[in-house]
Design a protein around this ligand. Structure first.
Ligand code: SF4
Length: 512
């Protein structure tokens, strides 16, 4: 995980949304969808195995999806069936270029399963699935933050019950020595969220540190999480070795993935929008959820007769023979007092099912376009190579003037290679298709010079940022508006967090 961000990036549509409902009645659904496929053009619903008995293969748009759902999956206002949480299907936006892939992930493995077209549009669901994402408050955002995360958040807010939070405690895990600007940085970041189109009427924004429930859940997770799980997080050792300019040799830094797990699981989201590099963090969250569920989830015994339970218990070596008349109670008590390894053994012997406290969220993957900064490295505030969303035309022109180009193009008359040029990466995102093709060909024949090419890039970046900067103005004039929006969102998030923590305290048997 990068230091500057927490999560981010994501776009997905939801064939599995109605697949989840369809799972309730797979036989009918399969048949109904097959009929739909023949009658209504290319929608099929077929058996998939393990977690989903049914999935929708969609080769059409939302209208057809809605038809299929209407046909075989009637609206359902209850929570999605718990088995759905075990479904490891995620969707990936395929470079905004017309393709979308569905991935099935299982224990960290991710495999593409099917190509999907993009235009599936909004899928109306009785209950929008929840996503959760956060960002460390690093101050004003730059173009890299915009294309890497924010643009996706804005798209997602129409389709998901979106929760976005300011991960200010996470900022402390790597920067406790300097919190001078933390409050102002929070304001700047959230103002940029609003300016980019995140809408408090559609999404919930809140501040992590305003909700002590996160700290409590983090603490409870720390009781059940083996130390080795945290030590093996890929970024942990890497950053310990690489970060020399400030102290991260702390418990807080070791424990941040667990805090992240608490941040996520508190809201029981169905998806966490992340980039590929952050899949291990979500996978750790899933492992923590499984372990916590195993430690504190209530066991529902399978339906068996007294005699069958006695036979079941007697067949296990070292297991005391269940007493007649109290066999079920005996097994339940033994289960809940046993070590987690022994409980796993019980479950493997088909003792029953667990009531999960926390559903395991899936990742919602997206590939975000590469956006290099002025020196060709990834755009980042800490590399001092970024174009900020608040930069005006003059600043942008100056920054573009020193932007790296194709290093092999030394003279105006040399042909260039746009594929290795960071300025061309800006064009690919902020310029229109005609200009992109023009530069792509004229650069290769030296028909265009870098000065002119940069001027055009600056012009298009400015045009893109102008409405964002315009939307920022009311908040700059009334800074308290941003705090009020955060306060409202925090209240809403608190309701969810308090409900979750009440369930958790009950499950752990803490004092009422
Ligand atoms: S003309 Fe444009 S794309 Fe080609 S090297 Fe110069 S700045 Fe890069």
């Amino acid at each position: 995980m990068s230091i500057g961000s927490f999560f981010g990036r994501g776009l997905g549509l939801l064939p599995q949304d109605f697949a989840a409902r369809a799972c309730k009645q797979s036989a009918t659904c399969t048949m109904a969808c097959s009929l739909t496929l023949r009658r209504e053009q290319e929608i099929s619903c077929e058996s998939l195995s393990v977690s989903h008995e049914c999935d929708a293969r969609v080769n059409a748009n939302s209208r057809l999806l809605a038809k299929c759902r209407e046909h075989c999956c009637p609206p359902d206002t209850s929570s999605p069936p718990s088995r759905f949480w075990g479904g490891y299907v995620t969707i990936r936006n395929w470079r905004n270029s017309g393709g979308m892939q569905v991935f099935r992930t299982y224990r960290g493995l991710t495999k593409p399963t099917k190509d999907y077209p993009r235009q599936m549009g909004n899928i109306e669901t009785a209950q929008r699935p929840r996503i959760l994402s956060g960002m460390r408050p690093s101050g004003k955002l730059h173009l890299g933050n915009l294309v890497g995360a924010l643009q996706n958040w804005v798209k997602l807010q129409d389709e998901y019950d979106s929760f976005h939070f300011v991960a200010d405690w996470h900022m402390l895990t790597t920067g406790y020595e300097n919190t001078v600007d933390l409050r102002q940085d929070t304001w700047e970041m959230v103002t940029d969220w609003l300016a980019c189109g995140l809408d408090p009427a559609k999404a919930t924004f809140f501040v992590q540190s305003r909700l002590p429930e996160h700290a409590e859940l983090h603490l409870l997770f720390s009781m059940v999480t083996p130390l080795s799980w945290l030590e093996r997080v890929p970024t942990y050792k890497e950053q310990l070795e690489n970060i020399r300019d400030h102290d991260i040799n702390t418990y807080g830094f070791l424990g941040y993935p667990l805090l992240q797990a608490a941040d996520i699981l508190m809201y029981k989201p169905r998806y966490v929008p992340v980039g590929e590099d952050q899949i291990p963090h979500v996978e750790l969250t899933r492992e923590v959820a499984r372990r916590f569920n195993q430690a504190f989830g209530k066991l529902h015994l399978k339906k068996r007769s007294e005699q069958e339970w006695i036979a079941w218990g007697t067949a296990i070596r070292n297991f005391a023979r269940p007493p007649a008349g109290k066999a079920e109670q005996f097994i339940l008590e033994n289960y809940h007092r046993a070590s987690l390894d022994v409980r796993a053994d019980y479950l493997n012997r088909d003792v029953g099912t667990l009531d999960p406290l926390f559903p395991e969220p899936d990742v919602l993957l997206t590939s975000s376009p590469r956006l290099p900064g002025s020196d060709g490295r990834k755009m980042s505030k800490s590399y001092n190579n970024a174009i900020f969303l608040t930069d005006g035309p003059e600043v942008i022109s100056k920054k573009l003037a020193v932007y790296m180009t194709d290093p092999a193009r030394k003279r105006r008359t040399d042909p260039g290679d746009p594929d290795v040029c960071p300025v061309f990466d800006l064009h690919k995102i902020f310029s229109g298709g005609d200009l992109i093709s023009r530069i792509n060909s004229e650069c290769r024949t030296a028909a265009i010079g870098c000065v002119e090419c940069k001027r055009l890039a600056a012009q298009n970046v400015n045009a893109f940022l102008a409405p964002i900067q315009e939307r920022r103005k009311p908040y700059e004039q009334k800074p308290e508006l941003v705090w009020e929006i955060l306060e409202d969102g925090t209240k809403k998030a608190r309701e969810v967090a308090q409900k979750t923590m009440a369930e958790v305290r009950r499950a752990v048997n803490l004092a009422p």
